[in-house]
Design a protein around this ligand. Structure first.
Ligand code: PGA
Length: 245
């Protein structure tokens, strides 16, 4: 089956994450007023480290850019250490010159259907997103769009799957309650981005990557929705690419 996805098989995790950071740098140099979509998760941590280093070294500026988070845990305030708003603040926003008022994220502690709709309205107002970073779940979710999610879905509240709860338990300390719902950009919201960059590293992602690239599109593999998008870069390390022929 033909796919328009551009697959980049890199050797190490560092090469793959540096390549991801490079694409953000290139975007901001080409268009300082870019609308940026940022993902969270363990995979993205070295990306933001590399991006902040490049920002300092090359004297880049995010002063004219606008940033959107992909998703958030319902129930977690932006100050909560496990919230994605906190993650992006600590790893990226506090190190760069992006204005506070240009940073958008769904507030998990007040997340309702109305808040999700407002988030979509802001995306539509400032968008389309110029570059959207994405990780992938072991169950092939993108953002918190779990298997079964409609490919046209927009921002909304969702129940997290057992697979996602298991994968993300490591980020919650044993004495804190793990969030079980999310507020997320929909697959349809993500597909509106002009350029999508999906980064996957490690053996645990190999099956999801194979299903996304090699199988027909299916609701059971949310990431396969990306096959319909004309401008997607998939950055993989050796392990994540290990089931591709
Ligand atoms: P991870 O999460 O980088 O922590 O594996 C990725 C995702 O769930 O999208």
């Amino acid at each position: 089956m033909g796919t328009r996805l551009r697959i980049h098989k890199l050797t190490t995790k560092k090469q793959a994450s540096d390549a991801c950071a490079y694409l953000v740098c290139k975007q901001i140099i080409d268009k300082p007023s870019s609308v940026l979509g940022f993902a969270t998760g363990g995979t993205m941590e070295p990306v933001y480290k590399s991006l902040v280093a490049e920002y300092k070294q090359r004297k880049l500026s995010f002063a004219e850019s606008v940033a959107f988070s992909l998703d958030e845990y319902v129930g977690l305030a932006p100050e909560h250490p496990q919230s994605f708003a906190y993650y992006l603040q600590k790893r990226l926003y506090q190190h760069i010159d992006i204005p506070k008022q240009s940073i958008y994220f769904p507030k998990g502690d007040i997340a309702t259907d109305d808040i999700a709709q407002q988030y979509q309205q802001n995306l539509d107002k400032y968008g389309p997103i110029d570059i959207q970073l994405l990780g992938i779940g072991v169950n092939a979710h993108i953002a918190f769009n779990e298997p079964g999610s409609d490919f046209n879905s927009l921002c909304r509240l969702v129940q997290l799957s057992t697979s996602t709860l298991t994968s993300n338990a490591k980020y919650f300390e044993s004495n804190t309650m793990q969030a079980s719902k999310g507020i997320t950009m929909g697959i349809g919201s993500i597909l509106k981005a002009k350029h999508i960059v999906l980064l996957a590293v490690g053996q645990s992602k190999a099956e999801a990557i194979r299903d996304m690239i090699c199988n027909e599109q299916s609701l059971s593999c949310p990431a396969s929705a990306l096959q319909s998008h004309p401008n997607v870069d998939v950055l993989l390390d050796k392990d994540a690419a290990s089931l591709l022929s």
